[in-house]
Design a protein around this ligand. Structure first.
Ligand SMILES: Nc1ncnc2c1ncn2[C@@H]1O[C@H](COP(=O)(O)OP(=O)(O)OP(=O)(O)O)[C@@H](O)[C@H]1O
Ligand SMILES: [Mg+2]
Length: 631
């Protein structure tokens, strides 16, 4: 479908969703669908919930965040359970400003955007529909029309509690336009849109000295004073501040703590009473979620100032730490690269993973447990299963440092280093070593790294490098073994024949001479030792394999070289050990002979076809592994 058609469809859909009626007709709607009267907070919460919730271990994962926020399931769970959920139930927290606190480029803006874009979509659904007094610049809740003295009766009849009073402008409109007949006041369905300034607002402070409160609460429209005769006529006021426009939805308050404190005091009554003051009017009720964000340093200096106490107590601070999972960090980079102008450059496999390892290491705090070094911690956090550690241990590790994830290297730094390397060197392909080098070179000029941290970070570069060496060797090993597939199958068959005879206490027959032979212990051990099966454990290991084989046979499935993960690894390693010399010679010789060249080309082809390399990155890998093996 072409884009113009889509645009047209969208317009038609919106046209179909439109609704307009009198207040009394709106009340009819409410009888059937009382949830339409929900508060802004409740709508946000329901939107999050409507995307689905997965129960995992003892945690809830809110799928709403899945596509854009990676590795922060627990922070998101806390955010929903400790802010959105209670706020939706009209508990006091909803009156507080939600302050997201976290390190630079840790995803705070991404999170707020996700909520904003989400609300724009959600108000187009039946469950998320929003209705407002027609023609009101603040899209005021129609229920504010219910007079105060009748609200108790209204609640008895409709089961809906009305909060907030009718704004000065609409009070006047009811008199002048509707002759006081509130039942005739026109109500319409509205759709949130930041572009159209409906239900979504963003406030970004400018220079504190010149900051004008009008940006938040609107201002007098001098051109109309003459017409209405007085500055205190609400019709002579433009209710077009961000607080006005974001009514019923979300207002993002960027860099809140950079604002002048006097400015922030205007927010006190909003956060306390749910209303704010504009011009010379009575208080204006607002129903909106205010989200601000800040970093830790700014936050600390804010709370250190006694004058801010009142405001501080009206905030709910939610941490948005860095992600601490290598695999999720990799996804973050992939996403950032997709959105950047280097998306066409070839990035060799494992490059981003190795960069992510380095980054995560800089974010981790050392454990008090002697048995857990940072590398182990990194693996455990990423969900790897390590011998001797259970889920409970991982939970305990996470609890050791409350501020883990609040410092370290940020994703933007990594992406910036990668792009600058690519651009400066005009590379068309980049690998893990290029990236590590570039990350290392950049540390000196990184503004916020102390020299002490720099030392630590350099160590992490070498740790990540060592990890990469292992990965690289394995990769080449796999590719070599691949072109020795046949040998792998033969070795495996041979091993299984011996294991079978061993377990059944039987003899083997020599295929040539027909002579009876004992199982070849040396052969079996040479394979098992590759994956650390000890002398004591060998019997159990062999029996386990036989059981697996018979289980396969029962289901009519063929047991082959891929059917047992550890056995496959053992076979590959054994082959590789046998092949090591071949690899060494083949990969490091400057003038390969015909035979070697053929082998190299096969391996390069495997790396390209099966493992995502291109021919230049595959050749680089081979050369590198050759040099490693020759050390
Ligand atoms: N946990 C995460 N999941 C997904 N993307 C992330 C995550 N953390 C960071 N990013 C990515 O990093 C980049 C910077 O994130 P963002 O701008 O949201 O951070 P921020 O916390 O608002 O930073 P700042 O403090 O600099 O304003 C974005 O491209 C974002 O997609
Ligand atoms: Mg930001």
């Amino acid at each position: 479908m072409d884009i113009l058609k889509k645009i047209q469809d969208h317009r038609e859909q919106e046209e179909e969703l439109k609704w307009e009626g009198t207040f009394s007709e709106y009340l009819e709607l409410l009888k059937e669908r009382p949830y339409l009267a929900q508060s802004a907070h409740s709508r946000v919460y329901n939107m999050i919930k409507s995307a689905g919730v997965a129960e995992e271990h003892d945690h809830k994962r809110y799928k709403f965040f899945d596509e854009d926020i990676y590795g922060l399931d627990e922070a998101m769970e806390k955010l929903v359970e400790e802010y959105f959920h209670p706020a939706a139930r009209r508990l006091d927290v909803r009156k507080r400003i939600l302050l997201l606190m976290g390190p630079v480029s840790g995803g705070k803006s991404t999170l707020v955007n996700l909520l904003k874009r989400g609300m724009e979509k959600y108000t187009h659904t039946d469950e998320g529909a929003v209705f407002a007094i027609k023609g009101c610049p603040m899209h005021e809740d129609p229920l504010h029309l219910v007079p105060n003295h009748l609200r108790k009766d209204f609640q008895d009849e409709y089961g809906i509690r009305v909060e907030g009073s009718l704004s000065p402008l609409n009070t006047m409109r009811v008199e002048t336009e509707y002759d006081g007949r509130i039942e005739d006041v026109l109500v319409e369905r509205i759709f949130f849109s930041e572009d159209k300034r409906t239900g979504i607002g963003t406030f970004s402070p400018s220079d504190p000295k010149s900051q004008d409160i009008a940006d938040l609460t609107g201002s007098i429209d001098f051109s109309t004073i003459a017409q209405y005769g007085s500055e205190s006529d609400p019709r002579a006021y433009r209710f077009d501040g961000e607080l006005n426009k974001a009514n019923r939805g979300i207002m993002e308050f960027q860099e809140m703590l950079k604002c002048d404190e006097k400015f922030l005091w205007h927010l006190l009554s909003l956060t306390q009473e749910g209303n704010f003051k504009a011009g010379r009017f009575a208080l204006i009720s607002a129903d909106e979620l205010i989200i601000a964000h800040t970093n830790e340093a700014e936050y600390r200096s804010f709370i250190a100032n006694k004058k801010n106490e009142a405001l501080h107590s009206r905030m709910i601070v939610m941490p948005v730490p860095y992600n601490l999972k290598v695999s999720q960090e990799e996804r973050i980079y992939e996403k950032m690269i997709r959105e950047s102008d280097i998306r066409d450059v070839h990035i060799a496999p494992h490059t981003l993973r190795v960069a992510a390892m380095f980054t995560i290491l800089t974010r981790l705090k050392e454990s008090k447990k002697a048995s857990v070094d940072v590398l182990k911690k990194m693996r455990l956090y990423d969900g790897e299963i390590l011998e001797g550690f259970s889920d409970v241990d991982v939970e305990e590790l996470k609890k050791e440092h409350a501020d883990e994830g609040m410092s370290g290297i940020d994703p933007r730094y990594v992406i910036n280093r990668i792009s600058s390397t690519i651009i400066k060197k005009e590379l068309t392909s980049i690998n893990a070593l290029d990236v590590l080098r570039s990350l290392k070179d950049g540390l000196g000029s990184h503004a916020s790294i102390s020299s002490e941290d720099k030392e630590r970070y350099l160590d992490f570069i070498s740790l990540a490098r060592k990890e990469y060496d292992e990965i690289a060797k394995k990769e080449v090993q796999k590719a070599f073994v691949y072109s020795y597939e046949e040998s792998a199958v033969t070795l495996m068959d041979n091993y299984l024949d011996n294991v079978e005879a061993y377990c059944n206490k039987a003899k083997l027959r020599d295929p040539l001479t027909g002579e009876e032979l004992n199982p070849d212990e040396r052969l079996m051990r040479s394979i098992e030792e590759q994956i650390g099966v000890s002398e004591n454990a060998k019997k159990a290991f062999r029996e386990e394999i036989l059981i697996r084989i018979s289980a396969y046979a029962r289901k009519g499935k063929k047991f082959d070289y891929q059917s047992h993960e550890r056995l496959r690894e053992a076979i590959q390693k054994k082959l590789f050990a046998d092949l090591k010399d071949v690899v060494k010679i083949t990969t490091s010789t400057k003038t390969p002979d015909e035979q070697q060249l053929k082998k190299i080309n096969e391996v390069v082809a495997t790396l390209v076809d099966e493992h995502g390399y291109n021919s230049s990155s595959a050749n680089e890998l081979l050369k590198y592994v050759g040099s490693l093996l020759n050390r």
